[in-house]
Design a protein around this ligand. Structure first.
Ligand SMILES: *[C@@H]1O[C@H](CO)[C@@H](O)[C@H](O)[C@H]1NC(C)=O
Length: 282
C-alpha cells in the first residue's frame, strides 16, 4: 500500500517534470524539420536535435522546412547570425503557404559589412501580396550570441517578438482592409541565401566570397500550433498563444521598439503610397 502510493507519487512528480520540460522546449530538428535545400550545407549538429547550422557558399545556400503544416501557432527559435562581413547574405525564419496566392509571415536578417548593423526585415503577405515591410536595427549584436525570435499567429493577430519583446503587431481584422491569414495552412521555413542585389541597397556592397562559407546557427526550435492534416486542423485552443493579445505593457514595448529601433516603416512611406498609406496602418 505504502510503496504503491510512493510509486504513484514518484510518477506524478516525473509527469510534472516531463510536462514542464515540454512547456519549455519540445521541438527537435531531427523530428520536426527536414533540411530540404543545400546539398549537405544544412546540418543538425547534435543527437537531441537542438542545434542546426545552415551555410552558404558561392554555389548554394541552404534551408530547412517543417514536416507539418499549421493553421495558427506560435513558433520560436534562437538564432546566431553570420558574423563579420555578412553583406549580401540573408538569414531567414518564416511561415509560408504554397501556391501563387500564398500567405507568409517573415523574419529576414540582412547582413552588412563588418561593424555595421544587420537589418531585421519583417513582412506579411496575404494572398500573395506583401508590401507591408517594417525594418529594425536591433539593440544588440545578433551575431555575438543566440537570441530568441518568435512569431505568434492566431486568429486575431500576428505578433513578432525578439527575446520576448514584441516589436510588431499585425491585426487580423477585416476592418483593416486586409484579408487576414486565416485560411491557408503554412509551413515553417528557414534559410541562408545570397541576395546581394536586394539586401545591400541595390548591390551597394558586394558579398565577400573570400569569407565563405557563411554560417548561421539555429537552436531550440519549438512550434506549438494547430497541425493541419487531411483538410482539418487540430489544436488545443486553450494554448496561451491562441488567444494572446498585447496588453498595455506589450503595446508599450512595441512603441519602444518602433520609436527607438525601427529604420523603415511602410506605413509612413508617403512616397511609396502617394494615395495614402494602406488602411491597416491607421
Ligand atoms: C548597413 O549599415 C548601414 C549603417 O552603417 C545602414 O545604413 C544600412 O541600412 C545597413 N545595411 C543593411 C543591409 O542592413
Amino acid at each position: 500500500m505504502k510503496s504503491s502510493c510512493g510509486t504513484r507519487f514518484a510518477f506524478l512528480i516525473l509527469f510534472l517534470f516531463a510536462a514542464q520540460s515540454v512547456e519549455v522546449y519540445a521541438g527537435s530538428f531531427h523530428k520536426d524539420v527536414q533540411v530540404h535545400w543545400g546539398d549537405g550545407r544544412g546540418k543538425v549538429l547534435d543527437n537531441v536535435g537542438s542545434l542546426l547550422s545552415l551555410s552558404l557558399d558561392k554555389f548554394s545556400g541552404s534551408g530547412f522546412q517543417s514536416n507539418q503544416e499549421f493553421l495558427f501557432g506560435k513558433v520560436e527559435v534562437q538564432m546566431k547570425l553570420v558574423p563579420g562581413n555578412s553583406a549580401g547574405t540573408v538569414t531567414t525564419f518564416y511561415l509560408k503557404s504554397p501556391g501563387t496566392t500564398w500567405d507568409e509571415i517573415d523574419f529576414e536578417f540582412l547582413g552588412n559589412i563588418s561593424g555595421h548593423p544587420y537589418t531585421l526585415h519583417t513582412n506579411v503577405y496575404n494572398k500573395g501580396s506583401g508590401d507591408k515591410e517594417q525594418q529594425f536595427h536591433l539593440w544588440f549584436d545578433p551575431t555575438a550570441d543566440f537570441h530568441t525570435y518568435s512569431i505568434t499567429w492566431n486568429p486575431q493577430r500576428i505578433i513578432f517578438a525578439v527575446d520576448g519583446t514584441p516589436i510588431r503587431e499585425f491585426m487580423n481584422s477585416q476592418s483593416t482592409g486586409v484579408v487576414f491569414l486565416h485560411k491557408q495552412p503554412m509551413r515553417v521555413y528557414a534559410s541562408l541565401w545570397e541576395a546581394e542585389h536586394w539586401a545591400t541597397r541595390g548591390g551597394l556592397e558586394k558579398t565577400d566570397w573570400s569569407k565563405a562559407p557563411f554560417t548561421a546557427f539555429y537552436r531550440n526550435y519549438n512550434m506549438d500550433g494547430c497541425v493541419w492534416a487531411n483538410g482539418k486542423s487540430s489544436c488545443s485552443a486553450n494554448s496561451a498563444w491562441f488567444t494572446q493579445v498585447l496588453d498595455t505593457k506589450g503595446k508599450n514595448r512595441v512603441k519602444w521598439a518602433q520609436r527607438n529601433h525601427m529604420v523603415y516603416n511602410y506605413c509612413t512611406d508617403k512616397k511609396r503610397f502617394p494615395q495614402g498609406t494602406p488602411p491597416q496602418c491607421s
